[in-house]
Every structure is written in C-alpha cells, then in structure tokens.
Design a protein around this ligand. Structure first.
Ligand code: SF4
Length: 148
C-alpha cells in the first residue's frame, strides 16, 4: 500500500510517498531531506498532532483559558484526550506557560496554558463594564436630578 503525504516540516511542502507493507514503512520517496523521511515514517503509521483547546476556569476574569499540549500527541487518542481535558477545571489565577496537567494519558505531553487569566477581583478599573460606567455617570446628570 502507498500513502501520499505533504510534508509539513518546512514551508516547501514536499509531496512524499510512503510505501507500507504489513504495517511497516518500507520506503519513502519525494522528500528532499531526512526530516521529510522521519515525518513520513511517523505520519504514515501513527500521526501525531499538537492539540490546542481550552480549559474551564473557576473564579477568573475569563471563563476559559486557552491551552495546548507541549508536544504532539497521537492523533488516534485525540478524542479520549479531549474528554479528559473537558473534565478539567482550574482555579484562577492562571499564568502563561503554567502546566495544568502532566503526562496526559501516558503520552508524556503536558497541558500548558497559552494565556493569562486573573482572578475576578484583580480586574482593573479600565476593564470595568461600560454599563457600570454609564450608570455612574447618569446618576449625576442634571436631567436625572430634574426628574425627581
Ligand atoms: S522533506 Fe525536507 S525540504 Fe521537503 S518539506 Fe519536508 S522538511 Fe521541507
């Protein structure tokens, strides 16, 4: 059996053909460098992907924090890993680069935060909602005073 692949290891994007016999890659052609051969051997048998997603945050100024695995995980495990991540929650604050889960499902990949989430009480005045600001302003307006 042959598998046609596009190498994603660099922008050139070589078209690679991997020949597979009895579950083993027996030849790789079309690659311009050894990285392409390594990519094709992995991709043809057990593709791997970095997984970007999000995790629920408790008590944060955002309800979710974006996360990603710090190394590729087997594509065949993506849905099981997503179920695992969906069940997670983390209390604010969350720092960029913070490890939220280690060695996810034995893949050796850690789940790391890719943005910061502050606790709700640390929200700065400049990020207060426009609704609150407009209410504060209207209570001091001459028109409202005149209505009373
Ligand atoms: S085989 Fe080498 S040159 Fe071709 S896309 Fe892959 S990394 Fe780039």
């Amino acid at each position: 059996m042959e598998k046609k692949l596009i190498c994603v290891s660099c922008p050139i994007g070589c078209e690679i053909t991997a020949r597979i016999e009895n579950g083993v890659v027996t030849s790789v052609t079309g690659n311009r460098c050894p990285r392409g051969e390594a990519y094709a051997r992995q991709e043809a048998i057990d593709p791997m992907r970095v997984l970007p997603t999000s995790v629920q945050v408790i008590g944060g100024d955002l309800p979710l924090v974006s996360v990603k695995t710090d190394r590729p995980v087997p594509k065949r495990l993506i849905w099981q890993i997503m179920d695992y991540i969906r069940a997670l929650s983390i209390e604010a604050p969350v720092k960029i680069g913070q490890v939220l889960a280690e060695d996810i499902m034995g893949t050796e990949a850690n789940l790391v935060a890719t943005r910061e989430v502050r606790p709700v009480q640390e929200r700065s005045p400049s990020r207060a909602s426009p609704l609150k600001q407009s209410r504060a302003g209207s209570s001091r307006s001459p028109d409202r005073t005149g209505e009373q």
